[in-house]
Structures are given as C-alpha cells and as structure tokens.
Design a protein around this ligand. Structure first.
Ligand code: PEP
Ligand code: MG
Length: 896
C-alpha cells in the first residue's frame, strides 16, 4: 500500500486519502505557487495505526524515502549538525477539524543542530527561539504536558528581565528558557527531551494519528456529523521561518472577508513570528496594509497568488503564509470557512463577477446557514450599557451568564441557563464549553484566532480581542481596564457578534431583516435592513432562494394546525399543508368531549359528544382551509393512542386511594372512569389502539371528522373559495383497513355533495408509517389517491425504537460506539428506513405511476434527508413552518 505521497503527486480532489490540507497543498504545487516541499501520510495509514495501535512498518520505510527526497531538494539533512533540515508536522483530515492536534513546528532541532542553525543563519537568536518553540509545542501536543508550565516559564523569563514581548528576549535569555523547558519535560515525563530528530518526527506523526480520537475531536465530529472512521492525514513539510527577524513574519488571510463577506482581501500579519502566534492570538496582529508598507514585494506577490487561488477554486480561499527574509511562501490554503451572511453575500458576488453560475451559487450556501440568518438581533432602539467593544468574529446576538471554563459552562447550561464563555483566549481545550455556550467572548486574538474560527464554524455568536477586558479565571472576575467595573461569574452580559459590542445585563432582541424578508417579502426586508451590507445580504438571500425555488423539483409544505402557524407557513413559502394533526384540536376544553366519546356506554352518549365536537371541528377546518385557499391541505384523521386523551392511570388510582383513606366519598363517575382507564391501559400504547385502528373501533370518530372536513369545504366553496382538503389515514398496515375508511368517507362526502349541491374533490390517502405499509404499498395504492411517509413512526417501527424514550436512554452510547453518527429520528437512516421509503415508492408507482407522494415526519425539514427524498423521487416534503425556507433552499440545492 502507498501510505506516503509527495506534495507533487496529488491534487485537490483527493481529500479522502490526503485530507483537505494535503490535497490543497498538492493543488498549490500544481499551480506553481511557492510552497515549501513536503509529503502527506494518508488517512489510510491513520486508520491502520488506530486499528493496530502501531504504525505499519511499510509506513516508516516510505517516510524515509520521501524524507530523503525532500532532503536532496532542500540541500539540507534532518539532524545534520551543520545544515539541518527542520520540519513541521500537521494534521489534516478530510474536513477541517478543530479539536485535533494541529501542528508541531521546528522538528529536527536538538542541542547540536541548534548550533548549526545559529551559525548557518547567522542569527543565533532565531535558532534558539525556534528550539524553545519546538520543546514547548512538542511537550504540549505530543507529550501531553500542561501548556501552562511552558507559558509560565516564558512569562517568568520576561518578568525577570523586565520585558513585555517574547521578541525582546535575547539569545542568552532564550538559552536559559530552553534549559527551563527541558527541565519541565524531564520532570513531567520522566525522560529527557528527545534529541533524535527522527524520533521527534515519528512521535509527532503518531500524536497526530492519536489525536483523531481525543474527546474534543469526537465532540466536534458528532456535532458536525462527521463519521468517526475517516481518520486524518498528516502533512510533513520543510520549515520556512517567519521568526528570522524584522524582514520575516507570518500571517493568515482570506480572499474576501469571512465574517461579513465584504469584497477585498482580508487578513492578519505578525512580524518576526511563527504560525501559531497568529492563531493563538498571543500578540495582537497587524493588518495586511501594514505588510504592504513593510515589504511591498512580498505583499504584491501575496495578492497575485490570492488571485490565482480564488480564480482556480472559484471561491473565497483562506491562506497561511510566511515571509522568510523577504521571500514569500504559502503554507496552506483551503476554501475558507465563513459566516452564514458572508456565505450568501460571497455566493452572489461570485455570480455577479461571472465566476460561478447561479446553480453553483446555491451549492455554496446551505439550509443551516439560512437558519442562522433568521436569528433575532439586538434591538437598536433599546437602552444598552456598553461595557466594551471587541472584534465582531461570528454574528448573532447572545445574552447569558458569564462562565469562565468548560465545567461551569456545562453545569450552568444543564441547569437551564444561557451562558457566555468568557476567556482571555481560547484553545482547543475549550471546545466543550464553546459547544454548549450561547456566546463566546475573548480578550485577546484577532478574527483568525481559534475562538473566531471555531465559533464561525459552529454558527456561535462570538466577539474576540476585547482588549480592555482583564479576564482572571482564578478570581472568577472580569474587569474593564480603566474603569471600576468588575463582573463575576453568573453576571448577565450581552454580546453582539455582528458589531463587536459587549453590553451589561439583558438586552432585548428583534427579528432579523432576513426573517422579515422571508415573511413579508423583499421590500420589507430591505427596509428593515439598517445598513448597506445588510441590504446586500437580504438581496443575496432573495436571489439564491428564488433560484432554488426555480430549480427545486420537490415542493415544500408545512406541518401546521394552529391557524397562525398555517398563515405563517404560507408566508414562508409553503405550497400546502402536508400534515394537519387533528388531535391537537382535542385538547383544552374539548378533552372532556373526547373522553366522553371513548368512555360512552351506548351510541346515544357517544353521538351526543360527536354532535358537540362536529361543529367545533368544522370551525377549525374552515379557518385552516381559508388560510390555505387554493393550496392542498392534508388533514390527518385523529391518530394518537387513547391514553393521551384520558387521565393517567396512576394519578387516578392515587386520587381514589387518597379519598378512600380519608373516608371521603368517591363519586360513581370517578370509579367508572378509573375502571375504563384501567381496562384500556396498554403496555405499548404506541403500538396499540391508535390511528386507523381507533377509527375502525370507534367508527363515528372518523365519520365526525370527515363530515366536518366536507362541510367546511362546502361552506368555503359557497363563499367563493377554493378549498383543497385531502384526507389522510394514519398508521395503515393493511389495504382492508384503508378500504373500510375510504368506503365510509366516500359515502359521507357523496351525501354532503348532494345535500349542499356542491362538487367536492377530496382526495383520500394513507400514511406510510409501518414497514408492512411500505412493503405492500402496491396494494394500498389501489385505495389511495396519495401517500405520505410518516418517517417518525416508520423509524420507530423499523428500528423498534420507542421514539419517546430511546434518545434519552442510550443514544449517546450508540454515537460513541459508532452505531450511527446522528439520531435516525433527526436525519433519515438511508440504508434502513430510507430503503423502506424507496421500496414503498417503487411499489406505489408500479401501480399508479403518477401517484403523489410526500413525507411529513421530522425528516422533511432536515437538509440531508431532503436530498435523499429528492433522490428517491418524492413530490414534496412537509416540515414545521420555521423550517420551510430552509427546506426550499435545500430542495433547490438537491436538484442542481
Ligand atoms: C410520523 O409518524 O412521521 C408523523 C408525521 O406522524 P406523528 O409524528 O404525528 O406520529
Ligand atoms: Mg405518525
């Protein structure tokens, strides 16, 4: 097996094998961009390592060959005391993944080679600075030594000499620091710092492999639905040096602003520094304009390369670069992560610039991003107490309690609080807290710092670099420099990830202009936008959503029954109601009536209850059908298990027992109720008397509903309306069940047509919620005008998972054990439940090729599932009103 590829061998489409970083490095090589040479160890090698707990022997051999090639290319050798080659080792999975070991730089330095580097470069300070960095990074990431040991020693070295900046430490100070660091390593690991460069390199490679399975990495993968079995690649690259002096430096930049989407290159630069200084936010960075002044040649070359990359990838790219004594090197690139609003604006810009088509543009945004844009924002009009201002790193408006670390964040969140994680700066260890926090605030770091990058990736509101803040975790306080404000853990603050402002106390939030656009149209959305970038955003969403609508084959309906939800769904662009759950109409006052139906001892009693319920139901349907005038409205006959309408058996028996114990009178009615509830009690109500079974047992119940639907439609037709009700029968397993209900329905509808003198065109169809229904959909088709997959119950019955219980009980173990990466109740289980959907489709269409088929389970609003439903040829998805815009976008994306 080939485990090692030189950068000259791969290309950008080999992300599975080479990881994102490795594939893009290879691509840059192909483009002739100045990239230091190196090689990539494949994800396959990582998987082999993780399976066996040791690297395959052939890997070591292949690494040797690749290394020797690099050595001859560079004219330097690893471990050569005169002219040493130094290496960086970086992880690089298929999907960029914070939480994994990132980088070890300067591998190859030891007590001998450091002297060689000093002499050869004529810059001893640089050589010793590189050596102390190696020990620090290696100790921390490869040997798992607490990073504070090193940073404390560094601080002490500066304090002792009265210095503030790392760059002010001279050679002697750095030599002392190296000694201190070596002692730390020996103390913490029981062995001296490894002097053998090859040993350093191999250990770093293994550490990357192992970091695939850290808790942080697992948390991130679960959140992002990244499979646990991909493994990571490792990139070994020749070092170039940004810390050689004032003519050197390192930076990160984007071809457009990843936060707002503004056109124009955007980035941070640090003079006399190495890569991790920028990302860690240790020193505050300069803008790229400053680089233009310092070193015009490197700046121009950088701009030219950025243009080459953006033209080649036809997308916003992010780049890490280093200038070594006036020579520019690009160390990595990728299609850059961006905020939701940047994604929409950039996609539209690229269309305007004729770099991509509109079809491609809708592939550059997704439903999750659109969801984020629908979030509310702080009310401009509200009174606010400004504490300070930082950099707007990831948009949103977040209010919460201050917490200082992961443990507090998790504890307070579990207690139901919204929290804002406040830190000096963040690093991968803080991931757990960042995941649960509703906002993140840091005192240090730029827009490309860890906190900013990770928060943007997660869609978390984030403000970074609020330099006036002094965060002291040990005393659990934040102070604002130059003021007497002291905030403690638990105090409420509000942060605005769009402006960078930090406010004291609660601040009210208002709807976002994008949500106003969705609800009220383009003009209203533009009017609600208070500045040009926001107007541009609204226009961008409009362009892409319109295009998605024009391409989508799946139409989008909504699951709604409350009239205000129905109205909202229509405004959000729903083209019908795919599921109106009628049982929700039997709660409140009406519950007693339904109780009476169930407990009735004779037909008269039952009919009496129906006589009251019927007109009420009709009123419900009139409202809904009126709101949906002209659009199909699927009304599902009552579905849930009986016990949902009856008092709880235990409550009831306790109540009676208490009364008896107190010698109180227990009314007859209560005893009768108790007896009936006990008789009807089911061990598995979800598999019990519900859906069509209930309809067949209490025939009048469905009849009452069907009458109400037909009467409502007749009323509206008389008023000049165009109602389009569809009657849906839940939990059908056999064609006979459907036949009987259909017979009843047709009779009722015909009678009402006659008595009212109208023609009613009411379709009747079945829900497919049971494996048997999917498998026998061909025979069900004989009695159905349409189908709708109820994937909630279909998932429950296909897996045998109780939908109300399992997620709480054991899904976490199932995620960890890799049974599935995401709950099958959230995203369709393509291989199992999805197969039943596909079988059902095939069966149904074999009998009626044009039969209309949709889905109305939760999956109808889930992006991944929507793509699947498109593939299998469904006609529509139905989801909650708030998901409708997301589903519209995804339906369009699925079609291009
Ligand atoms: C379903 O089962 O997928 C469905 C839509 O019905 P309910 O969630 O009401 O059971
Ligand atoms: Mg169901």
């Amino acid at each position: 097996t080939t485990y090692v590829f030189a950068f000259t061998e791969g290309d950008k489409d080999q992300k599975d094998l080479l990881g994102g970083k490795g594939a893009n490095l290879a691509e840059m090589m192909k483009l002739g961009i100045p990239v230091p040479p190196g090689f990539t160890i494949t994800t396959e090698a990582c998987r082999a390592y993780l399976a066996k707990g040791a690297a395959p022997e052939t890997l070591e051999v292949q690494v040797t060959t690749a290394l020797r090639q690099m050595e001859s290319e560079m004219g330097k050798r690893l471990g050569d005391p005169v002219n040493p080659l130094l290496l960086s080792v970086r992880s690089g999975a298929k999907f960029s993944m914070p939480g994994m070991m990132e980088t070890v730089l300067n591998i190859g330095l030891n007590d001998d080679t450091v002297e060689g580097l000093a002499t050869r470069s004529g810059n001893p300070r640089f050589a010793w600075d590189s050596y102390r960095r190696l020990i620090q990074m290696f100790g921390k990431t490869v040997q798992d030594i607490e990073g504070d040991h090193f940073s404390d020693a560094l601080e002490a070295a500066k304090d002792k000499r009265g210095l503030t900046l790392d760059t002010e430490l001279d050679v002697d100070a750095l030599k002392d620091l190296v000694d201190d660091y070596k002692q730390i390593v020996e103390r913490e690991t029981g062995a001296p710092f490894p002097q053998d460069p090859r040993e350093q390199m191999d250990a770093a490679i293994e550490a990357v492999f192992r970091s695939w399975n850290t808790d942080r990495a697992k948390i991130y993968r679960r959140r992002e639905r990244i499979p646990h079995d991909l493994g990571t690649a490792v990139n070994v690259q020749a070092m170039v040096f940004g810390n050689m002096g004032d003519r050197s430096g390192t930076g990160v930049c984007f071809t457009r602003d990843p936060s707002t989407g503004h056109t124009g290159v955007y980035g941070d630069y640090l003079v006399n520094a190495q890569g991790e200084d920028v990302v860690a936010g240790i020193r505050n960075t300069l803008s790229l304009d400053a680089l233009a002044e310092l070193d015009r040649k490197s700046y121009d070359e950088l701009m030219e390369n950025l243009r080459v990359l953006e033209t080649h990838y036809r997308d916003m790219c992010d780049i890490e670069f280093t200038v070594e004594e006036g020579k520019l090197w690009l160390l990595q690139t990728r299609v850059g992560k961006r905020t939701a609003s940047a994604a929409f604006r950039i996609a539209r810009q690229l269309v305007d610039e004729r770099l991509i088509t509109r079809d491609e543009a809708i592939g550059r945004v997704n439903g999750e991003q659109l969801t984020q844009l629908l979030f509310p924002q702080f009310d401009d009009e509200a009174d606010k107490v400004t504490l300070t201002k930082g950099m707007a790193a990831s948009p949103g408006a977040s209010v919460g309690e201050i917490v200082f670390n992961n443990a507090q964040a998790v504890e307070r969140t579990n207690a139901g609080a919204d929290v804002i994680l406040v830190r000096r700066e963040t690093n991968p260890d803080d991931l757990e807290g960042m995941v649960v926090a509703s906002g993140i605030l840091t005192a240090r770091g730029g827009k490309t710092s860890h906190a900013a990058v990770v928060a943007r990736g997660m869609g978390r509101c984030c403000v970074v670099g609020a330099e006036e803040l002094y965060v002291d975790e040990s005393s659990q306080t934040v102070t604002i420099r130059g003021s007497d404000v002291i905030l403690k853990a638990g105090d409420i603050i509000a942060i605005d990830g769009t402006s960078g402002y930090v406010y004291k106390g609660d601040v009210p939030v208002v709807p976002s202009p994008v949500s106003i656009y969705i609800e009220e149209g383009l003009e209203a959305g533009l009017a609600a936008a208070q500045d040009e970038p926001t107007k541009d955003l609204v226009a961008s969403v409009d362009l892409l959503l319109q295009h998605a609508d024009s391409r989508a084959r799946l139409t989008v309906r909504a699951n709604a029954e409350a009239p205000e939800d129905v109205i909202r769904a229509r405004k959000f662009g729903a083209t019908g109601i795919g599921l109106c759950r009628t049982e929700h109409m039997f709660l409140g006052d009406r519950r007693q009536l339904i109780e009476q139906v169930i407990l009735a001892e004779n037909e008269e009693e039952q009919q009496a209850a129906f006589d009251v319920l019927g007109p009420l139901q009709k009123g419900d349907f009139v409202e809904i059908l009126r709101a949906m005038d002209g659009l199909p409205t699927t009304i599902r006959l009552v579905d849930p298990p009986l016990h949902e309408f009856l008092p709880d058996l235990t409550d009831l028996s306790v109540r009676i027992a208490v009364k008896e114990a107190l010698g109180e009178n227990v009314p007859d009615k209560e005893r009768k109720l108790f007896k009936a509830v006990r008789e009807m009690h089911e061990q598995n109500p979800m598999l019990g008397l519900r859906g069509v079974r209930l309809g067949l047992k209490i025939r009048g119940l469905f009849a009452m509903q069907i009458t109400a639907i037909a009467e409502a439609a007749a009323d509206l037709i008389e008023q000049g309306g165009d109602p389009k009700p569809e009657i849906m029968v839940p939990l059908v397993g056999s064609v006979r069940e459907l036949q009987i209900i259909r017979g009843d329905a047709e009779e009722i509808i015909a009678e009402i047509e006659k008595s009212r003198g109208v023609t009613l065109d009411i379709e009747i169809g079945a829900m497919i919620e049971l494996p048997r229904a999917a498998i026998t959909a061909d025979s069900l088709t004989e009695e159905s005008d349409f189908f709708s997959f109820g994937t909630n119950d279909l998932t429950q019955t296909a897996w045998g998972f109780s939908r109300d219980d399992v997620e709480a009980e054991f899904f976490n173990e199932y995620f960890d054990l890799g049974v599935f990466g995401v709950s099958p109740f959230e995203s369709i289980d393509v291989r199992g439940v999805g197969k039943l959907v596909a079988i059902g489709m095939r069966n149904a269409r074999s009998v009626k090729p044009d039969i209309k088929v949709g889905v109305c389970g939760e999956h109808g609003g889930d992006p991944q599932s929507i793509h699947f439903f498109h593939e299998v040829g469904l006609d529509y998805v139905s989801c909650s009103p708030f998901r409708v815009p997301v589903a519209r976008l995804e339906a369009g994306r699925a079609a291009v």
